[in-house]
Ligand binder design. Structure first.
Ligand code: R5P
Length: 300
C-alpha cells in the first residue's frame, strides 16, 4: 500500500486535471504551466463568522482529477474536505489527493493514554472521498499505513541536496536520529559525508542538542530536517556547530512552518535558510513542482 517515490505515476492510468487547492497557490501555478491548461481554479472565501467556502471554477465531470492542497494552517484541512466533496459532487471519475505538507504528522501515535492519533483521524477522513493519496516527506513513513487507499510518501531530499550543493558543503547533518533515512538519501544524491546529532526535546519550544564528537572545525555543514516549526531544533544545532568551529552552517528543510519570529531568529545563528514550497512563504528556495509532475503526473 505504501511506497516512496512511486514508480507508477497516475498518468499511466489516464490523465489528469489539476484542481488548484487554495492551500498551495504558487505551487499549483507552477504545476499548471506544465499541464497544457488542464487545471481548474478554485474560488475560496471566508465568511465573517470564519466559516469557509470553496467553489470549483471549471467542469470536472468525467475527469481524473489531482487536487494539490497543503494542510497548514489547520483550517486548510476543512478546505480539503470541502474540495473533495465538490470534486465528487462535480462527477469526477477519480480524485487523487496531493498534500505537499501533511499537518499533524507528528501526532502519529498515542504518547500517553487518552490522546488521539491525529494523523490517523485525518487519513480516515481523506480516504472517504479519494482514490489515492500522495504527500512529501511525511514526518513518519508509517502514516501511509493509516490509509486504506494507495498512499505514497514522496521525498524532496534529493532536491534539497541539489540546492545545498550551491554552498559547496563538506558534511550533511540530521539534527536528530529520527532523520537518519532522510539525511542518508540527501547525502547519497550528492555523494557527501553525513551524520546526525543527538536531540532531547524538553517541551514544545525547547530542545537540547548534545555534542556528538563530529569533526566540524573549518567545515561547511548543511543541516537538513523534515520540518522547521519553532526553529528550536535548528537553532540549537546551528549554535552547537558554530561553537565547535564550523566555518559555515546552512539549514534546510522540506516544510518551513517558521512559527512567529523563527525565521529571523534562525538567521542570527546560520549562514542561510532554505526550504521547499510545500508551505508557501519564507525561505522557499526549492520547488517540489518537478517532484509532483514526475511522480504523480508522469511529466519530466
Ligand atoms: C521532529 O522530530 C521534527 O523532525 C523536527 O525536528 C521538529 O518538528 C522541528 O521542530 P522545531 O522547529 O519546533 O524545533
Amino acid at each position: 500500500m505504501s511506497n516512496e517515490n512511486s514508480k507508477t505515476p497516475l498518468y499511466f492510468i489516464r490523465v489528469i486535471m489539476l484542481v488548484k487547492g487554495p492551500g498551495s497557490p504558487a505551487l499549483c501555478d507552477r504545476l499548471e504551466k506544465s499541464l497544457d491548461g488542464n487545471a481548474v481554479d478554485v474560488e475560496h472565501k471566508i465568511f465573517p463568522d470564519g466559516e469557509r467556502y470553496v467553489h470549483l471554477k471549471g467542469d470536472v465531470s468525467g475527469e481524473d482529477c489531482v487536487l494539490v492542497h497543503t494542510t497548514h494552517p489547520s483550517e486548510n484541512l476543512l478546505d480539503l474536505f470541502f474540495l473533495q466533496d465538490a470534486v465528487f459532487q462535480g462527477g469526477a471519475s477519480s480524485l487523487n489527493i496531493v498534500v505537499p505538507y501533511f499537518s499533524y504528522g507528528r501526532q502519529d501515535q498515542c504518547f500517553s493514554d487518552g490522546e488521539a492519533i491525529s494523523s490517523r483521524a485525518i487519513a480516515r477522513r481523506i480516504e472517504i472521498e479519494a482514490n489515492s493519496f500522495y504527500s512529501i516527506d511525511l514526518h513518519s513513513s508509517k502514516i501511509t499505513d493509516f490509509f486504506s487507499i494507495p498512499a505514497t510518501n514522496l521525498s524532496a531530499m534529493s532536491w534539497l541536496a541539489d540546492h545545498a550543493e550551491l554552498y559547496d558543503p563538506d558534511l550533511f547533518l540530521s539534527p536528530d536520529e529520527g532523520g537518519i533515512q532522510r539525511i542518508k538519501k540527501a547525502a547519497e544524491e550528492v555523494e557527501i559525508e553525513w551524520d546526525y546529532l543527538v536531540k532531547e526535546r524538553i517541551d514544545g519550544e525547547t530542545v537540547k542538542i548534545e555534542p556528538k564528537g563530529i569533526e566540524v572545525e573549518g567545515k561547511t555543514v548543511v543541516i537538513l530536517d523534515d520540518i522547521i516549526s519553532t526553529g528550536g531544533t535548528m537553532f540549537e544545532a546551528a549554535k552547537q556547530l558554530a561553537e565547535q568551529g564550523a566555518d559555515e552552517v546552512h539549514v534546510g528543510c522540506t516544510h518551513g512552518i517558521f512559527v512567529g519570529d523563527a525565521f529571523q531568529r534562525l538567521k542570527g545563528v546560520c549562514d542561510s535558510i532554505f526550504c521547499t514550497d510545500t508551505i508557501e512563504g519564507k525561505g522557499n528556495e526549492v520547488t517540489v513542482a518537478p517532484l509532483i509532475l514526475e511522480s504523480v503526473f508522469g511529466i519530466e
